[in-house]
Design a protein around this ligand. Structure first.
Ligand code: PMP
Length: 352
């Protein structure tokens, strides 16, 4: 590595995102995007912003209309809401605002691969907590974490949802540290931990518009918590870039929080397809973990997972394989449209 690099640049191991293939007919089931487009109201709002000729003006530094729309949706005030460029950015700000070098944080051994990346970047020591044999959370292992806790719920890539009483026990047993619940997939699952915000000043819930609201390309994520935590995030953000998200993202994302009917219809479609996918994959010889997300985590029982991943890729179907010892035998498959899933099943019948 270059002698010109700083210690930070040296210890940083960049996150490797899912592959993006640019063939038009590819069936892309590897990054958990929504197979359906965003609400037409989102496109109208972006068009209206463009028609207003406002691009030469800076956007709102406080992102007020969007924070207000999110707060209204969830019965909170805008002081409970922080917005960033995708939840990845909100996660980075949260690591900086709440986790400290020298105080070890805990996260599940199998979870979002960005957590170790940010920990290394910000020099925060971490302990990876092994999951139970059935991939559920061993909640007691997260109690009294010296530097705080971060976990995805539902977990990724396992797709398993932890009930709120489990989350609450972890919060209750970490009262002097911040517990971050990364709810990127929560709209496909049970209730959100945001219900607990009033009672737990140490709780930060992070969500995204990338999955359930089909806006991965717009890059809008947000955090919910008591105003003191939100103010901490705002201080960090202001040190980098006081504008956060651009005008088009704000216009589009705000509209996505107003069109509730479209939102629930699109989620229900994905959940219906998920249920039939679980059933069909089991019939095709896969072990399927119980999914509360917009993807399934499966183990081919009669075939090597990596070989199958490659064969699917050769046939134009991208799924995700992780070269991590404890999950090497598994594939993560995003839920696409019924048509896409049927094509996947046909190809699998030939390959397995
Ligand atoms: N958290 C988890 C658990 C995720 O899987 C993802 C998406 N890869 C993110 C956060 C980040 O999503 P985004 O930056 O698109 O909001």
């Amino acid at each position: 590595m270059s002698r010109f690099l700083s210690t930070v640049a040296r210890r940083t191991e960049p996150y490797v995102p899912g592959e993006q293939l640019n063939q038009p007919d590819i069936i892309k089931l590897n990054t958990n995007e929504n197979p359906y487009p965003p609400s037409p109201k989102v496109l109208e709002a972006i068009q209206a912003e463009l028609n207003g000729n406002t691009l030469q003006r800076y956007p709102s530094p406080t992102v007020d209309p969007l924070r207000h729309a999110i707060a209204e949706t969830y019965g909170l005030t805008k002081d409970h809401v922080f917005v960033g460029n995708g939840s990845d950015e909100v996660l980075a700000f949260s690591f900086m605002a709440f986790f400290e070098p020298g105080k070890t944080i805990k996260f599940p051994e199998i979870s979002y691969s960005f957590y170790p990346v940010y920990s290394k970047l910000f020099n925060i020591s971490f302990e990876k907590v092994p999951l139970n044999a059935d991939f559920t959370l061993p909640k007691k292992q997260f109690y009294n974490s010296p530097g705080g806790v971060i976990l995805p719920n539902p977990n990724a890539p396992t797709s398993i949802y932890a009930e709120l009483d489990v989350i609450e026990d972890i919060l209750r047993n970490n009262q002097d540290q911040v517990v971050i619940i990364d709810e990127a997939y929560i709209d496909f699952a049970g209730p959100s931990a945001m219900k607990l915000i009033d009672r737990y000043p140490n709780l930060l819930v992070i969500q995204t518009t990338s999955k359930s609201r089909a806006l991965a390309g717009l890059r809008v994520g947000f955090a919910l918590g008591q105003p003191e935590l939100i103010a901490g995030l705002t201080r960090i953000k202001d040190s980098f870039n006081s504008y956060t998200i651009d005008r088009l993202a704000m216009a589009g994302a705000t509209a996505a929080f107003v069109d509730h009917a479209y939102f629930s219809e699109s989620i229900n479609k994905v959940i219906r397809t998920r249920e039939s996918t679980v059933h069909t994959l089991e019939e095709l010889g896969f072990e399927v973990l119980p999914s509360d997300a917009n993807f399934v985590f499966v183990k081919p029982l009669h075939k090597d997972a990596k070989v199958l991943y490659q064969q699917l890729k050769n046939r134009g179907i991208l799924v995700r394989h992780f070269d991590q010892a404890d999950i090497r035998e598994y594939l993560r498959i995003s839920i696409g449209t019924d048509e896409q899933m049927n094509t996947l099943f046909e190809v699998l019948k030939q390959l397995t």
